[in-house]
Design a protein around this ligand. Structure first.
Ligand code: ATP
Ligand code: MN
Length: 463
């Protein structure tokens, strides 16, 4: 007898097989005919399998008739074609064991729908709900596709450090990593003496693996990093987390247009795989979360991304006749409201904005000949706004040092990074895709806290 998943037990091919199944009870219904229906879910797929537990089971009265939502059970039986609508199969149990009971009164997940806010307070149990099961499977699928996509194209996966002494963005809000006793820190000249700290210098959690991954791109050609990223921004928005996962490819000899081509192919592939392989979960999102989700995904998969310069975009926004919370002017950063207007209302298409003002972007982005703009690109998609940020990197040593000084950074602190320009410098490019923004986009979920297993946001790090 094979132990199989609920996903496999639901397939018509399983009919006639003797199987063992294990999972959690979603509901139990007792029939007047002296048997019970148990809806069993094991997380392998969105759907449940219906277990028919006959009254002849020796523990029918003592156990089966007291099975509660949330209890774990093991079932042996035969897969049968189901006479009921909406399911190909059901399992006629010859044995049903209670593995772990769940107190019916106390179990926090009752049959009725719960708000996502409430579910965040039980983050350890929410994976058992339909929505969070679907999110978890979609997130897995996207992660798998990401590795496949790069592997197929000859990229190498590089593990960049989580602890860093360089503040990559120059502007990123950092979490400090320290073993200093906050109650009695070592001091020098009245200030905390970080030379006495664990690393002998101030250290932080990474805000991006880019600087480090550039070193590998300038040796192995095409590489990417995929790991946790930390930003201590106090931005309580539905699109920001303090801890999120970022995918950062970096390619030697790629210019900005090659970079855009890659970003577009990459997003399209993630969408295509989700549509192909997560159909049941996407159908669930379409029914319960966002009616337009499937059409929107197909649109982004099938349409070419428009490429629009920052300057043109500002012009469009200024002439739109809209009133903005954040004023539009050349030199101002674009906010979510602007990004979403461009992609959702004006162009009704994914858009890649490029050539941003140099004052808005970090030192490592390549300065254009106009001197005012840099070779930055942001990919905007409907429903989310910015999903990717990237650029062609500044490969000229003198320009790069100048940009560091301009942004108040000491080039000596980045000596190791500047070495990449001193010895065999090459044009190169890369970008960062936020995994949670991707899952938001794929699912139609509204809040980024609901697409990561254990969200960390200002004031929240429970579980
Ligand atoms: P935003 O303007 O939306 O705050 P950013 O410009 O600071 O983002 P980048 O530094 O360009 O972000 O990071 C690359 C990508 O990482 C973004 O396009 C986004 O998908 C993701 N990202 C950035 N910050 C966060 C965050 N705090 N939480 C979740 N994802 C993020
Ligand atoms: Mn960005």
């Amino acid at each position: 007898m094979d132990t199989i998943s609920v996903a496999d037990a639901r397939k018509a091919e399983a009919v006639g097989k003797a199987v063992r199944l294990r999972g959690w009870v979603r509901t139990r219904r007792d029939s007047k005919g002296g048997f019970s229906f148990v809806e069993l879910n094991d997380g392998s797929c969105q759907g449940n399998v219906q277990v028919v537990a006959p009254g002849e089971l020796p523990n029918y009265e003592a156990v089966v008739k007291h099975l509660h939502t949330g209890a774990s059970i093991a079932v042996e039986g035969e897969v049968k074609a189901s006479p009921a609508k909406g399911q190909a199969t059901e399992v006629l149990a010859s044995k049903l064991e209670l593995v772990g009971d769940a107190d019916a009164e106390a179990y926090p997940l009752q049959k009725k729908g719960h708000s996502f806010e409430f579910l965040r307070t039980i983050a350890h149990l929410r994976p058992r709900t339909n929505t969070f099961g679907a999110v978890a499977r979609l997130r897995h699928r996207a992660s798998k596709t990401i590795h496949d996509f790069f592997d197929e194209r000859g990229f190498f996966y590089v593990h960049t450090p989580v602890i860093t002494a360089s503040d990559c963005e120059g502007a990123g809000a950092l979490f400090r990593v320290s073993t200093i006793d906050p109650d009695s820190p070592p001091k020098a000249e009245g200030k905390v003496d970080y030379t006495k700290d664990f690393f002998g210098r101030p250290a932080y959690l990474t805000v991006s693996g880019q600087l480090q991954v550039e070193g590998f791109a300038c040796a192995l050609g095409k590489v990417y990093t995929f790991g946790p990223t930390f930003r201590a921004e106090n931005s309580n928005t539905p699109r920001h987390l303090a801890e999120f996962w970022m995918i950062e490819p970096e390619m030697a000899f790629y210019d900005l247009s090659d970079n855009m081509d890659l970003a577009e192919a990459f997003l399209k592939r993630i969408i295509a795989d989700s549509l192909d392989k997560c159909g049941e979960d996407l159908k669930f999102f379409a029914e319960r979360v966002d009616k337009e989700i499937i059409g929107r995904l197909e649109g982004v998969r099938d349409k070419p991304f428009l490429r629009v310069s920052y300057t043109e975009a500002v012009d469009i926004l200024a002439k739109s006749g809209k009133t903005w919370e954040f004023p539009v002017a050349w030199g101002n950063d674009l906010q979510s409201e602007h990004e979403r207007f461009l992609t959702e209302q004006h162009f009704k298409s994914p858009v890649i904005l490029y050539d941003y003002p140099r004052t808005l972007k970090p030192f490592y982005m390549r300065v254009n000949d106009d001197g005012r703009t840099v070779r930055a690109m942001d990919v905007l998609v409907p429903g989310v706004g910015e999903i990717i940020g990237g650029s062609q990197r500044e490969e000229r040593l003198d320009v790069l040092e100048g940009r560091m000084r301009e942004q108040g950074l000491d080039p000596h602190a980045y000596d190791w990074y500047l070495d990449l320009r001193r010895y065999g410098t090459v044009p190169h490019s890369g970008f960062g895709l936020g995994l949670e923004r991707t899952v938001l986009f794929l699912s139609g979920m509204a809040n980024i806290r609901d697409v990561i297993p254990f969200p960390r946001t200002p004031g929240n790090a429970e579980f």
